[in-house]
Design a protein around this ligand. Structure first.
Ligand SMILES: Cc1cc2nc3c(=O)[nH]c(=O)nc-3n(C[C@H](O)[C@H](O)[C@H](O)COP(=O)(O)OP(=O)(O)OC[C@H]3O[C@@H](n4cnc5c(N)ncnc54)[C@H](O)[C@@H]3O)c2cc1C
Length: 379
């Protein structure tokens, strides 16, 4: 691939950066918890202003509220957002993969009804995949959807559902076949969260206040047209969805920002002259840069409309390494100060813990790399 940016992308990044510097003056994500009312309220207003400029879903087709732009422009947007702490909040899920999944697998009615509100920044979605006994082993999920006339009736429990407390819809996985069908008996539902029988309960978590939730479904009845794609064919949708999710969030950009702030803090104390500390900073910076170029390779594949490849696993594993390198560095150089709640080091350390679990754990990415890229034997 050609790593040089073209003039149009450079100009776009500059224009976007100027807009964000104005819009985000005084906004500090570290002061608000993910999923907190303050954070979500800010995001709702902010994404509306982005949408007004056509910058929320620039890569979607125009007929569904997109700008008809390419994968790179969308990615430049993602990088600039994450460099500033991701002010779009839960919207990154909508625009990166919920919308594209509906574009690819939805009926025309679903597209016309569900996509424009996302493109205008009016709705939040959450992702209802994990269950108490089904995380990594997603095919073990037990939430049931039973067809009853023109409806499906949902029963079961989801866990770790980020943003469910503020979301309008859930991109939900449920079993429509038998347990023995494994991954072949799973379907995707586009569940309105105001459905009677759908109840969200918050759970405390290490990432920040109010970020995690459980979703309980008790005889929740939804119209049959909430099914996305074909019944029992949800695994294919999820496989592609997770490929988008793995690199959709350029977390290395936020890690690099934290690294710069750490360097400024440590530099002010004169400790940057220490060769040991310099080496640690160098290693963390190299990890961020490695993640950046590995992610670019995946975006290049997408821009060329290739099928998602195992390179996405490498890119995501490298992003986890970058986040961890910066989190560990913060603990090393700031000492006990890094553990003060809400401090830069504390936020980075928590983020790096979550990064290695959310969207498929780090160890599982390594397994996939060993099998699909290095072609090592399974045992
Ligand atoms: C910040 C954050 C946000 C999240 N948001 C959401 C969300 O919005 N929606 C949602 O549905 N879920 C969400 N999750 C849940 C996440 O997807 C699961 O936690 C994840 O898939 C792991 O599942 P588990 O917790 O059941 O752990 P397990 O599957 O029980 O794994 C526990 C440990 O065992 C290891 N392990 C398991 N299987 C293997 C294997 N085959 N080889 C090697 N090691 C293995 C794992 O690496 C892990 O370290 C979120 C999690 C986090 C941390």
């Amino acid at each position: 691939m050609d790593f040089a940016w073209d003039q149009a992308d450079v100009a776009f990044r500059r224009e976007l950066g100027d807009f964000l510097d104005r819009e985000l003056a005084g906004w500090d994500r570290s002061e608000t918890g993910l999923g907190s009312a303050v954070y979500s309220d800010f995001s709702r207003g902010f994404v509306g202003r982005l949408a007004d400029r056509g910058w929320l879903t620039p890569h979607w087709p125009r007929e569904y509220g997109g700008g008809g732009q390419g994968a790179w422009q969308h990615f430049v947007l993602g990088e600039e957002m994450w460099r500033r702490g991701e002010p779009r909040g839960p919207q990154y899920m909508n625009v990166n993969w919920v919308g594209p999944a509906i574009i690819k697998y939805g009926t025309e009615d679903q597209r016309r009804k569900l996509l424009p509100p996302i493109a205008r920044g009016e709705v939040f979605w959450c992702q209802g995949f994990s269950e108490p006994e089904a995380g990594t082993d997603l095919a073990a999920l037990r939430t049931k959807a039973v067809r009853d006339g023109d409806s499906y009736v949902l029963n079961g429990q989801k866990i770790w559902t980020s943003y469910a407390n503020v979301a309008d819809y859930c991109f939900l996985l449920a079993r429509t076949g038998s347990a023995a069908d494994g991954r072949d008996g799973i379907s995707v539902f586009l569940l309105p969260l105001n459905t009677p029988g759908a109840q969200v309960r918050r759970i405390p978590g290490f990432v920040g206040d109010h970020s995690f939730n459980e979703l309980f479904l008790t005889d929740a009845r939804i119209p049959a047209d909430c099914l996305l794609g074909e019944e029992n064919k949800g695994w294919e949708i999820v496989r592609r969805t997770l490929a988008y999710e793995r690199v959709g969030a350029p977390r290395y950009a936020r890690a690099a920002l934290v690294l710069d702030r750490l360097a400024a803090e440590v530099g002010a104390s004169g400790r940057l002259a220490d060769p040991g500390i310099q080496e640690q900073f160098g290693r963390a910076r190299a990890a961020c840069e490695a993640a950046r170029v590995l992610v670019y390779r995946v975006i290049d594949e997408r821009a060329k409309a290739k099928e998602p490849s195992p390179r996405a696993y490498q890119a995501r594993a490298a992003m986890v390494q970058a986040e961890r390198a910066v989190g560990d560095l913060a603990l090393d150089v700031l000492g006990s100060e890094a553990l003060v709640e809400g401090a830069l080091g504390d936020a980075q350390f928590r983020n790096s813990l979550g990064a290695g679990i959310a969207a498929g754990s780090y160890e599982v990415q390594l397994n996939l790399i060993s099998r699909l890229i290095l072609e090592l034997p399974k045992d």
